[in-house]
Design a protein around this ligand. Structure first.
Ligand SMILES: [Zn+2]
Length: 254
């Protein structure tokens, strides 16, 4: 039973826990993603609707101004009618007045149609804005929940880092270096147990000679396949269960 191996096993647990926390911090919950997506969609719809609404309002204003001018023209034309003596000229003016009236009627209809369209668009806008308010409330709530969750994780991570810092003081530089180097390259796992000849780091069988030596547990060994530090699981797992600080590490796991 080597004290340093025991420390490395504990370090490995802490490092895996930190890794899990870092992964969880990256994972935006589905509920938050869904709310975000819905919010973005409604915002996009609202933008389109507003553009449409502005266009219609502009059109309406343009027609109304045109109509005002036409009303003036009609008034003047009608006034001229009063002063006219000749029948032919009178007939022509009457015709002109009829035409102005006909055109004005068309514009008035156009304006009425626009007013109706604007009214409908405004109703749609109200509905969308209400929906947006609802989804924003959901989004904010979900975001707050996630932020709180992240904060808890960061606290946990802080504690683990402190623990890690203390622990690595008790491990020799060379061994630690070896562990760190393999861990960086091998999916976060620098030290792995071996049970029934199988390295649990790479799931490959180690040679019988090495397996025999490993059970003697009198030096450090590495897996010939994955180069991870290895230990004979049967020696350490029982000890590990008795180790209080390790139990504490486990209790941090969800
Ligand atoms: Zn291996």
């Amino acid at each position: 039973m080597q004290e340093e191996i025991l420390k490395l096993i504990e370090l490995q647990k802490i490092d895996l826990e930190i890794l899990r926390i870092e992964r969880d911090l990256q994972k935006i919950p589905e509920s938050l993603q869904k709310a975000q997506k819905e919010r973005d969609q409604i915002n996009k719809k609202l933008e389109l609707l507003n553009t449409n609404l502005e266009e219609k309002r502009g059109q309406k204003k343009f027609f109304e101004e045109e109509l005002q001018e036409e009303y003036q023209r009609l008034k003047k034309t009608q006034a001229r009618l009063m002063q006219i003596r000749g029948t032919r000229e009178y007939q022509l003016l009457l015709k002109e007045i009829e035409e102005i009236k006909r055109n004005n009627k068309q514009k008035e209809d156009e304006i009425l149609k626009l007013m109706e369209e604007i009214e409908n668009l405004e109703k749609d806008k109200d509905k969308l804005e209400k929906k947006l308010e609802e989804i924003e409330a959901i989004f904010n709530e979900e975001e707050q929940k996630f932020n709180k969750f992240c904060q808890e994780l960061l606290n946990q991570k802080g504690k683990l880092l402190e623990k890690r810092e203390k622990l690595i003081q008790k491990i020799s530089q060379n061994l630690l270096k070896k562990y760190e180097a393999v861990r960086q390259k091998k999916a976060g796992i620098g030290i792995a147990p071996v049970i029934n000849s199988i390295c649990e780091g790479c799931h490959m069988a180690i040679p019988p000679q090495l397996y025999n030596e490993l059970q003697r547990d009198n030096k450090y060994y590495e897996c010939p396949h994955c180069k991870r530090l290895i230990y004979y699981k049967k020696i350490y797992v029982l000890e590990e269960e008795e180790n209080k600080s390790l139990e504490h590490t486990q209790s941090l796991k969800r």
